[in-house]
Design a protein around this ligand. Structure first.
Ligand SMILES: Cc1cc2nc3c(=O)[nH]c(=O)nc-3n(C[C@H](O)[C@H](O)[C@H](O)COP(=O)(O)OP(=O)(O)OC[C@H]3O[C@@H](n4cnc5c(N)ncnc54)[C@H](O)[C@@H]3O)c2cc1C
Length: 220
């Protein structure tokens, strides 16, 4: 049991991956999600983007900046709109229909995917958009529960710009409230919110001092 008047929650998020056998084991190695984190490492390699949601085509276009050999594996993503189909065609990205049954590996290396109909697609790298869920279940006792993010990316703890939540005394910073924050933004938010908490404490401390001061003057 820990007692505190103010709590800064910085417990990050959980990346929930599509339920494809073998995917989880390669996560962060040759199964990646973020062009800004992994783009340089996967440049000019055969990349397959696993469709899983409404942002998958956007993710495909982002990784297409890094490689001429990108295919879009629609998997369980919604069918392409005419505009999306035109964009992928214009950028030379083939679209492969069909659900993925498993990730294929050889030794400690990803070699592609096997579709449910038995076809295989050779790839060295897979990208996927995980569902990002704030790691905050332990706050339910305080009445603070992750909410669906307006973007559809997952669940987050809403807060104002200072990191203050609706529950008095509970503040949040980093991925637990900003699903898109990377290391720099998450660290900056921690510093900023710590300063906001400090300002709050100073204000409360000053208020107590003023009341004591007034009391002393009235008494004297
Ligand atoms: C595969 C991968 C690659 C990435 N590459 C990059 C990159 O190259 N550059 C970049 O800027 N960003 C990258 N990111 C994103 C980056 O990791 C996050 O944006 C960043 O770590 C968020 O920081 P955070 O402090 O909010 O959360 P986290 O770094 O997730 O830290 C949360 C911490 O809280 C701890 N914790 C959780 N629950 C509890 C609890 N109940 N009690 C106590 N402690 C708890 C966890 O163990 C963890 O240490 C990558 C992410 C992934 C998944």
């Amino acid at each position: 049991r820990v007692r505190a008047g103010h709590v800064l929650v910085a417990t990050g998020l959980v990346d929930e991956l599509p339920d494809v056998p073998g995917l989880r084991e390669r996560w962060g190695r040759d199964v990646v999600h973020c062009p800004y984190c992994h783009g340089w490492e996967v440049r000019e390699r055969p990349i397959g983007v696993i469709g899983s949601g409404p942002m998958s085509v956007h993710q495909t276009l982002l990784f297409r900046q890094w490689s001429d050999d990108v295919v879009y594996l629609r998997h369980t993503a919604p069918p392409l709109t005419d505009e999306q189909a035109e964009q992928l065609a214009a950028r030379g990205v083939p679209v492969i229909e069909g659900e993925i049954a498993a990730v294929e590996t050889a030794g400690d290396r990803l070699t592609g995917v096997r579709l449910r109909d038995g076809r295989t697609v050779d790839r060295e790298v897979l990208t996927v958009a995980p569902r990002m869920v704030a790691r905050a279940g332990f706050l339910a006792g305080l009445g603070l529960r992750p909410q669906p993010h307006p973007s559809g990316m997952g669940e987050y703890l809403p807060a104002d710009e200072s990191g203050r939540t609706d529950v008095p005394g509970v503040w949040v910073a980093g991925n637990v409230t900003n699903l898109s924050a990377q290391v720099g933004a998450a660290a900056a938010a921690g510093a900023w919110t710590a300063a906001m908490i400090n300002a709050d404490l100073v204000q409360a401390e000053t208020q107590r001092a003023v009341e004591a001061h007034r009391g002393a003057r009235a008494g004297g």
